[in-house]
Design a protein around this ligand. Structure first.
Ligand code: PMP
Ligand code: GLN
Length: 382
């Protein structure tokens, strides 16, 4: 029986495509964003301990209380903000779920949703599946900062939501205090909500601080903040994160979450709750990743690529438009097949799929793999 697709223009995500190609070619996989190393064995021991202790049935729908309390503690510690663990914190099965549930909770048929272009690939499908209309505001090249005049002109009476991502994937751009103030200014007298994807909250470089939208009082009252333990504790395969939002928004969020996944893996929640009692673990993350970014960028200097070191996230973009007209997709495939280094062509993140001759490399990998990928890139001939 022929079915009419609800997402006719969507194929398999580039992350699946490139990771499969990398695996088929035995290439070093700097494409999909996941750590190429394991998490702390202590965290694995904790999960095992909680599994053996019988914590293997459904967790409470909103998350186990002790984990929600620890998330409140973490937020207080980092941002100095008090949250209510009962009514403002929901544990979810990855930030992807949080983003989808938040969009579904607030977007109705015909609502306009402002997305910055390029955007992470799950945003537009989430909006469209809910009958919303994505309205794209291009980020400013080359640093991918926000042009607030453009945002202002994109806002209409139908604008319901703005989706923010800081630090930004794929560019690494980190929002400034001025960005937060500009957003607040634009929405303060309007009925507009915000989703802030902050999965790279602990990965910022050169002394830059991640500014959560929670730190701005007006934004805090309008925003779903989506975070991921996968990124923070090197366990992307556990698919666990959380959403912070004011009580009224959280209530709507949970109405969706309870029918999307209902709850999230129980032993992981207990293990992370115990693990979170040690703040040094996430405080060490910027240094840990800055060493990798620096190692990768040092090596990149020997290649013909042009780049500016990323401000945050675990991605480094490089451009090659001065060297070749080859499309970014073709080049990413060729590099994987010919020299064994996989990357992501960033055209996939743009609404019009425009090719800016930019590739994205993930440097959340072992130093040896980074060094060996660089060796290959240095000798690559366009
Ligand atoms: N948002 C962004 C910007 C991401 O890069 C990712 C995944 N890397 C996600 C959301 C999804 O996070 P999770 O794996 O926790 O679902
Ligand atoms: N967020 C990861 C990236 O940008 C990929 C996550 C996924 O494969 N869905 O590479």
């Amino acid at each position: 029986m022929p079915i009419s697709s609800k997402l006719p223009n969507v194929g398999t995500t580039i992350f699946t495509v490139m990771s499969k190609l990398a695996s088929d070619c035995g290439a070093i996989n700097l494409s999909q964003g996941f750590p190429g190393f394991d998490c702390d064995p202590a965290l694995l021991d904790l999960v095992t301990q909680y599994m053996n202790a019988g914590h293997n049935q459904y967790a409470p729908m909103s998350g186990v209380p002790i984990l929600r309390e620890r998330i409140v503690g973490k937020t207080k510690f980092i941002h100095g903000i008090d949250l209510d663990s009962e009514n403002e914190v929901t544990v979810v099965s990855g930030a992807t779920e949080a983003l989808y549930a938040a969009v579904t909770a607030v977007v109705k048929l015909g609502d306009e949703v402002i997305l910055f272009d390029p955007a992470y690939d799950s945003y537009a499908p989430a909006v469209e599946l809910n009958g919303g209309i994505p309205v794209y505001v291009p980020l400013e090249m080359p640093d991918f900062s926000v042009n607030w005049e453009r945002v202002k002109s994109a806002i209409t009476a139908k604008t319901r939501l703005i989706m923010v991502n800081t630090p930004h994937n794929p560019s690494g751009y980190v929002w400034t205090k001025e960005d937060l103030a500009s957003l607040a200014d634009l929405i303060q007298d309007k009925d507009i909500l915000v989703i802030s994807d902050e999965v790279y909250e602990h990965i910022t470089f050169d002394g830059r601080k991640h500014l959560s939208l929670l730190t701005h009082s007006l934004l805090r009252s309008r925003t779903f903040v989506c975070c991921s333990f996968g990124k923070t504790f090197h366990v992307t395969g556990w698919k666990i994160g959380y959403c912070l939002a004011p009580p009224q928004l959280t209530a709507e969020f949970r109405k969706v979450h309870q029918f999307l996944t209902f709850s999230t893996a129980t032993p992981m929640q207990y293990a992370l709750a115990e693990y979170l009692s040690e703040p040094s673990l996430y405080f060490e993350l910027p240094d840990f990743y800055q060493k990798k970014r620096d190692l990768f960028c040092e090596g990149l200097k020997e290649t013909p690529f042009e780049f500016t070191p990323a401000q945050g996230s675990f991605f480094q973009m490089v451009s090659y438009g001065h060297l070749s007209d080859e499309s970014d997709y073709d080049l990413a495939v060729r590099l994987t097949k010919e020299i064994g280094v996989a990357s992501i062509p960033i055209s996939v993140f743009f609404s019009d799929k425009k090719d800016h001759k930019i590739l994205r490399f993930c440097f959340a990998k072992n130093d040896l793999d980074l060094a060996s990928a660089l060796d290959k890139l240095i000798y690559f001939k366009f």
